[in-house]
Design a binder for this molecule. Structure first.
Ligand SMILES: C[S@@+](CC[C@H](N)C(=O)[O-])C[C@H]1O[C@@H](n2cnc3c(N)ncnc32)[C@H](O)[C@@H]1O
Length: 351
């Protein structure tokens, strides 16, 4: 099936908010100057109130919850192009100095690895021991804010996603002897620590592919002596069939589709199905358009994501695969902040 070759965003790697903003603003909407002025004033009021509340030392979690709720509503109520104009205004407001004391917000905003959503950011909200020091060295206020941001529904859903990945690997090992698994954009592959099949040595291999050599090195160090092996590689390389990977009982991509526009996502799905053995499956996850932390993430965390509904997931599937050859299902995680798609390759048919 031919897909739009216009694959500019994140084929190779670097997910920057500039790229995503370009993608989101591609609709060529114009911004009404009068409305922009009114909305900027509304935003300033919301931010001033949060700033005053911090200055009065009100409970930090409540301040951030209220602020995030108001940013969500504002984002929902204005046109995407107008929202893009409001983002820098929020980022430049003095309340940011309080919010950036939160290690999660700070890491996301500063992007020490040069791109959004790196694996250490995930370690922070996974509450992984490797990030303990980053949290412990934050100010008292920062830790108080973190107690809220790390328990926000989107963070809870992200931790559940990690469990779902481990469970899916374990289920694969239960149905296929010597199972072979591929994680695309594996980050630090923290789900491996939760997999019983890996601990019981029931997997033949578990390959992780990521564009970030620091993450690849971390996986190979932390999981040395297991069947896990991380390799440098990008979505671009995968699409060009640049890696001799063989085939797998399970291929999955988590924390990746949130950055991929439909044409790239569909092409990646097609390619992933070539790597899936008959009877095997491809799983991909995406933050859903029901999250309410979107306004906070896009402003103070500078972490824009492409949010998707179940219908959007079906659009990717329908653009990529022939339903005669696969069985597909789309479902939400328990708090509906993440949506999953699972595509199983039937019998011994191709994709
Ligand atoms: C949000 S993390 C997800 C990590 C892990 N899969 C998880 O769910 O915990 C995103 C990862 O995608 C990787 N990544 C982003 N774009 C990529 C691309 N085009 N090719 C390969 N890896 C990519 C980043 O390096 C980063 O490690």
């Amino acid at each position: 099936m031919a897909l739009n070759p216009e694959l500019k965003i994140d084929e190779a790697s670097l997910i920057t908010s500039t790229l995503i903003k370009k993608h989101k603003a591609a609709s060529a909407e114009t911004v009404d100057a009068v409305e922009l002025k009114a909305r900027a004033a509304q935003l300033a009021l919301v931010l001033d109130l949060a700033h005053q509340a911090f200055a009065r030392q009100e409970p930090a979690g409540q301040i951030v919850e209220r602020l995030a709720g108001r940013l969500h509503e504002l984002r929902r109520d204005v046109a995407p192009a107008l929202w893009q104009e409001l983002i820098p205004l929020a980022q430049q407001h003095r309340v940011a100095a309080y919010l950036k004391q939160d290690p999660f917000t700070r890491w996301s905003f500063e992007k020490p690895r040069g791109y959004s959503g790196d694996a250490t950011l995930l370690d922070i909200y996974y509450k992984h021991p490797s990030a303990d020091e980053i949290v412990a060295s934050s100010s008292e206020l920062g830790r108080e804010i973190f107690a809220y941001t790390s328990e926000a529904a989107s963070s809870v859903a992200g931790r559940e996603r990690r469990e779902i990945l481990a469970k899916t690997v374990d289920e694969t090992a239960a149905r296929a002897e010597n199972a072979e698994v591929l994680a695309i954009a594996c980050g630090h592959l923290r789900e491996a620590e939760l997999s019983q099949a890996l601990a019981d040595k029931r997997l033949k291999r578990w390959i992780g592919l990521d564009q970030d050599p620091v993450s690849v090195g971390t996986v190979n160090r932390d999981l040395a002596g297991t069947v896990v092996e991380a390799v440098d590689g990008s979505v671009r390389g995968l699409l060009r069939r640049a890696y001799p990977l063989g085939t797998f009982d399970l291929v999955y991509a988590s924390g990746l589709y949130d950055y991929l526009p439909l044409p790239v996502g569909a092409r990646l799905l097609q390619r992933a199905m070539e790597l899936v053995k008959p009877g095997g499956e491809f799983l991909f996850a995406n933050f859903s358009d029901e999250i309410t932390t979107d306004g906070y993430m896009e402003t103070f965390m500078d972490w824009p994501l492409i949010l998707r509904s179940a219908g959007d997931m079906w659009d990717i599937i329908n653009a990529a695969v022939d339903k005669n050859h696969v069985e597909a299902e789309v479902y939400y995680g328990s708090n509906r902040n993440i949506v999953y798609a699972r595509i199983r390759k039937r019998g011994d048919l191709g994709s």
